[in-house]
Design a protein around this ligand. Structure first.
Ligand code: ZN
Length: 233
């Protein structure tokens, strides 16, 4: 049970960080798989900025709510279908990042052109069907579009980032939006100098931000500190 409590605490913190970094605003949601099971934990339908460990719901991969009384998010299927397809995924982050949405609305997919954009050396594909992912059918389509990649842009809507744990997907979500912002500015200034796949892969190895790395802890500590300062105001 202590492990579940720790999962819920990290999930609530990741949820608040995504809101504080303007990636989730009043909407968006992040979930974590209970390791080694076909269950996952997800906040109910509420602002991600306000999520506490006690709010978190438990679902199975058949779509059943196992624990929690609060109403679920309309897009819970998005999470369910990705966990079904990807046994390697321990966390699904669904965000509404403004610059990522802007690029997608202009028909641009995110491509690496700075250090943290190299986390996605193959670029990030755009799922072109607009609207909420509020059915099992749409969840299945999104999971298929994600494939074995770590991120997917949703046209006019947001993005999905998957990872091994809440810290991993939360930090990579932040860097996805950073990559989009730099790509937008570079495009406005002239011709973006995108990295080749080889360059991006080399840099991804250098800045290693694996799920339990020292680097991801360092980034996490920074964003926790920013959240604590924002919350103290
Ligand atoms: Zn959404």
């Amino acid at each position: 049970m202590d492990d579940i409590r720790e999962l819920k605490e990290n999930l609530a913190l990741a949820s608040r960080i995504l809101a504080n970094e303007d990636l989730a605003q009043g909407w968006g949601h992040i979930s974590v798989r209970v390791p080694g099971t076909d269950r996952f934990l997800i906040p109910p339908s509420m602002s991600p900025a306000l999520v506490t460990p006690d709010d978190v719901l438990t679902f199975d991969l058949a779509g059943n709510r196992l624990e929690g009384d609060k109403p679920p998010n309309a897009e819970t299927w998005l999470h369910t279908c990705i966990y079904r397809q990807r046994s390697d995924v321990g966390c699904v982050s669904h965000i509404h990042p403004p610059i990522t949405i802007t690029l997608g609305a202009a028909g641009q997919e995110i491509r690496p052109l700075h250090n943290f954009g190299s986390l996605f050396p193959d670029g990030v594909r755009l799922f072109t069907r607009p609207g909420l992912i509020d059915s099992e059918q749409l969840g299945t389509e999104v999971a298929a579009a994600l494939g074995q990649n770590d991120a997917l842009m949703l046209r006019g809507h947001g993005a999905i980032v998957v990872g091994a744990n809440a810290r991993h997907a939360c930090i990579w979500s932040i860097y996805l939006e950073e990559a989009a912002r730099i790509q937008l500015y570079a495009t406005l200034l002239g011709s973006p100098q995108f990295y080749t796949r080889e360059e991006a892969s080399m840099i991804k190895g250098q800045i290693y931000l694996g799920p339990n790395s020292i680097s991801i802890q360092r980034a996490w500590d920074y964003y926790v500190e920013r959240l604590s300062k924002a919350s103290a105001i």
